[in-house]
Design a protein around this ligand. Structure first.
Ligand SMILES: Cc1cc2nc3c(=O)[nH]c(=O)nc-3n(C[C@H](O)[C@H](O)[C@H](O)COP(=O)(O)O)c2cc1C
Length: 179
């Protein structure tokens, strides 16, 4: 089984802490091949709607797009983890997701289990914690992927989430949602 974690944060902060805890738990999945893509550390040009991919399912940019989208196609488990930036996911993560368009024919109705982790500074009654998970639900619904978990956390300073034993323990156990 293959897992791909897409980390949308540009800093070593709360999203990294969440994914570290998740990876610790996912180590319990027998034979799992786990890969993480940190959106900030890869080169992915924004989609320019050239539609070249429509004929060959291949993005024209000679950057990391095609390798990442190949890894998305191959993954049995996909985790989207993002800080909240202006009531949305980060541009870095969204830029990668936009590139799913280049293989959209191949991405539909694959047996894929998805985890979503959203971390913002605002308290949990903020609409962003409905808007962003809903966006992921729409993307997954469109592609026919199953959402195994969708969690939101409040954390502001880079080390806030790591200081919450409750959050860390909960995230470490999320792997159990993958069948
Ligand atoms: C450009 C920018 C925009 C942000 N916008 C929001 C926002 O709309 N809502 C919110 O709750 N937090 C917002 N934040 C705070 C981050 O979501 C918060 O600090 C989060 O814990 C960062 O995660 P990280 O440590 O993984 O990078 C913003 C931070 C930045 C840098």
């Amino acid at each position: 089984m293959k897992a791909l974690l897409l980390n949308g944060s540009p800093r070593k902060g709360n999203t990294c802490a969440a994914l570290d805890a998740l990876k610790k738990g996912m180590a319990n999945i027998q034979g799992l091949e786990l890969k993480e893509v940190v959106a900030e550390q890869v080169s992915v040009s924004p989609c320019i709607a050239c539609e070249s991919c429509g004929s060959n399912s291949h993005c024209v940019f000679e950057d990391d797009t095609n390798d990442i989208v190949d890894a998305v196609v191959a993954a049995d488990i996909l985790v989207f983890a993002t800080p909240v930036y202006w009531w949305g996911m980060t541009a870095q993560l969204k830029t990668i997701i936009d590139k799913f368009y280049s293989r959209s024919k191949d991405l539909h109705d694959l047996k894929k289990q998805v985890g979503v982790i959203v971390i913002g500074e605002a308290q949990q009654d903020d609409p962003q914690y409905e808007i962003i998970p809903k966006q992921f639900a729409c993307i997954c619904g469109y592609l026919g992927w199953e959402i195994a978990f969708s969690k939101t956390y409040t954390a502001a300073a880079a080390d806030d989430l790591a200081k919450s034993d409750e959050a860390m323990k909960e995230i470490e156990m999320l792997w159990k949602n993958f069948k």
